[in-house]
Design a protein. Structure first.
Length: 450
């Protein structure tokens, strides 16, 4: 019924946080919990509310993960307000989630022969709330030391001793708080393992819930088809969003191969509603697309290291690249990104066409995928320009520094291509937004007709 998935998701919450840095990404835990609550939400309304809260936390935790990469590397002084905002927000949402989750379990246990779980559920709710408060408060306190930062008094005496400030104690406080939260987290996790393990072994209770779910949901074919298509749409939206490039220190932390994998997963989530020959065709297209995507991503990191070297950017990933200097990288980048983009458009088109067959069979009229394919094509084109514009910029700048007098015009070219790089990134964002909108538009139609 999903209790094991909920427990698997809670595993991602037990570890300490250092400001915004979370070793086990909480958004993965939220996704697992949301999946675990899917069936339970059809039996008890409070589970539906708990799932709604945990779904709110998914983008919040993804934002936290991205900020932990950017702020800790480039703007450490900006950690305080973000750490405070996330600490307060997490405490509030986790309290609401814990009360909803364990309250729903108590209600179900009381109604469906699970009375022996009532006391444990109430106790675990309290443990979860206390742990959430401790974890987030102890993550924020060390960052608050900057508020009382004092410069040591100037002491010119012969026996001057180094002045100690509260800020200097911050690393030791972080270490101590980390150990405290780790101990509390292990206790929190052990109690959850004990509780959900006992529920999973209670066959009578689980059978009662399964019978209710089967009667309400599984026998309703129309509802199952509607939900399956909605799940497919959700995967397509997530896959489309991952097509955005988020480059941190020459590394795109949102590789496109993840996008294609999510979309393929969405197609397989439709199960037998997709013809077997279509599944094979799409899988056959997926394999070379992933290979090219991985190669393209690796080459891009290598070329961007050369761009960082040529432009003199401060970065950990810097390396001289002869292909940047002689301009060969422009053709290489264009071929790789264009090939990936073309395959991606065909891949997305095939997935939509395969899903449309099932949709047409159930509604009598299919949906149009032209808007989505055009949007995917725009994403591919803007992706090519986003890929090569920094390379062209670095090449022109290299020509300029070779002979600053003779090649003065290349400095202007370099500046113009840097501006074009910004426009290319904006175009990519707009194209991805159009792609997402096109998928949402299909879902609106399906929501009515299915």
């Amino acid at each position: 019924m999903g209790f094991k998935l909920i427990l698997a998701g809670l595993v991602f919450f037990f570890n300490p946080c250092i400001n915004l840095v979370d070793i086990l990404p909480d958004f993965i835990g939220c996704i697992l919990i949301s999946a675990g609550l899917c069936k339970l939400a059809d039996i008890e309304d409070r589970f539906a509310y708990a799932r709604k809260i945990i779904n709110y936390l998914i983008p919040i935790y993804i934002g936290k993960l991205l900020l932990s990469f950017m702020l800790t590397a480039r703007w450490k002084d900006g950690l305080l307000p973000f750490t405070f905002a996330y600490s307060v927000g997490e405490i509030i949402l986790m309290i609401v989630f814990s009360v909803s989750l364990f309250g729903a379990i108590e209600n179900m246990a009381n109604l469906h022969d699970g009375e022996k779980h009532l006391t444990a559920s109430g106790n675990l709710c309290k443990v979860s709330i206390i742990f959430a408060v401790i974890k987030n408060i102890l993550a924020f306190i060390p960052e608050a030391f900057v508020l009382v930062r004092q410069d040591p008094d100037l002491n010119l005496s012969y026996n001057a001793r180094p002045s100690q400030t509260l800020l200097q104690a911050k690393p030791f406080v972080i270490l101590f708080f980390t150990l405290v939260v780790l101990v509390a987290g292990i206790y929190f996790l052990s109690e959850n393992i004990k509780f959900f393990g006992a529920i999973s072994k209670d066959r009578k209770f689980i059978k009662n819930l399964s019978d209710i779910y089967s009667e309400r949901i599984l026998e309703n074919e129309k509802l199952m088809n509607r939900r399956a298509f909605f799940k497919f749409i959700v995967f397509m939206i997530i896959g489309s969003l991952v097509l955005l490039d988020l480059v941190v220190d020459a590394v795109n932390i949102l590789p496109d191969v993840f996008s294609y994998s999510v979309m393929l997963w969405g197609m397989f989530s439709l199960g037998n509603r997709i013809e077997l020959k279509d599944k094979r065709r799409i899988t056959a297209l997926f394999i070379p697309l992933c290979v090219i995507s991985v190669i393209s991503a690796g080459v891009r990191i290598w070329l961007d290291m050369g761009v960082n070297y040529m432009m003199g950017y401060e970065s950990y990933l810097v390396s001289r690249n002869i292909l940047i200097e002689n301009g060969s990288a422009i053709a290489l980048g264009t071929v790789l990104s264009a090939a990936e983009g073309a395959l991606a458009v065909v891949f997305i088109g095939y997935i939509l066409r395969s899903a449309n067959k099932f949709y047409k069979e159930k509604t009598g009229a299919g949906y149009s995928s032209k808007y989505t394919v055009v949007s995917a094509t725009l994403v591919a084109i803007s992706g090519v320009f986003s890929y090569i514009t920094p390379i062209v910029k670095a090449y022109c700048y290299g020509r300029y520094i070779d002979n600053t007098v003779k090649n003065m015009a290349f400095k202007t070219f370099s500046d113009n291509w840097e501006l074009a790089q910004g426009y290319a990134n904006i175009a990519l964002i707009i194209s991805v937004a159009l792609l997402v909108h096109s998928v949402i538009k299909i879902n609106r139609k399906a929501d009515i007709e299915l």
